[in-house]
Design a protein. Structure first.
Length: 230
């Protein structure tokens, strides 16, 4: 088994990497291989923490689609992580925290027999590329079809997210791109092939240029590149 994985991510212009509310993680030591991205909703409190927890816990536990049992534990973990931070913040941060954190989510699993499965909540997009040619995107979206109210995974108890799943087959040399919404809209508009070559520095430069040109909106922008060799 040989897989090449790379996280490419830049925050909104004028923000630091520590303020990036996107999260990405992968697990490639043994089959099945896992990769996941999440995009924390800016309007909610501590959404960066929630996005990071979603990708890290789902990979660690091998959970493709969040179940209510898993979410109950993850919500408790989020609350444990943020409560000490809330105590040092003004009252309105505590009030906002009570409304919960929210994030979109996409998780890909590849097995040794050539199958793959994916689960998502919201508008992260999976690109499947073969021989530098785009095979499919999931969901099947156009660059202009993204909106500001995607489905979200919430820390609020009793909030059951709408989970979508799909599956397919992979061949050696296939590449997958897991992209948060701004990155996905950009790649759908300009083409996904350049993402196969980007280094982190080249990605940062390309994102800055695209924002200047107006082809990439000013939002946290993340692509997790996943290339399967065998």
């Amino acid at each position: 088994m040989n897989a090449s994985l790379q996280v490419l991510s830049v925050p909104k212009a004028g923000h630091t990497d520590a303020e990036n509310e996107d999260a990405a993680a992968y697990k490639a030591e043994s089959w099945p291989l896992h990769a996941a991205v999440a995009d924390g909703a800016t309007e909610s409190a501590f959404s960066r923490t929630w996005a990071q927890l979603l990708v890290e816990r789902s990979l660690a536990e091998g959970i493709l689609a969040p179940t209510e049992t898993a979410l109950t534990a993850w919500r408790t973990a989020w609350r444990t992580a943020v409560d000490p931070k809330v105590q040092a913040q003004p009252w309105y941060v505590a009030a906002k925290t009570e409304q919960g954190a929210h994030a979109t989510y996409l998780h890909l699993q590849c097995t040794a027999n050539g199958d793959w499965q994916a689960a998502r909540v919201g508008d992260c997009v999976l690109f499947h590329i073969r021989n530098r040619t785009l095979q499919a995107t999931w969901p099947d979206m156009e660059a202009g079809s993204f909106n500001h109210r995607p489905d979200l995974v919430s820390t609020q108890p009793g909030h059951a997210p709408t989970v979508h799943t799909t599956c397919g087959t992979w061949q050696p040399g296939d590449a997958f791109l897991l992209a948060t919404d701004a990155a996905a809209a950009w790649l759908l508009q300009t083409g996904a092939a350049p993402a196969l070559e980007w280094t982190p520095d080249a990605f940062r430069d390309a994102a800055q240029a695209a924002r200047t040109q107006g082809t990439l909106r000013n939002d946290d922008t993340t692509v997790l590149r996943f290339v399967l060799s065998s």
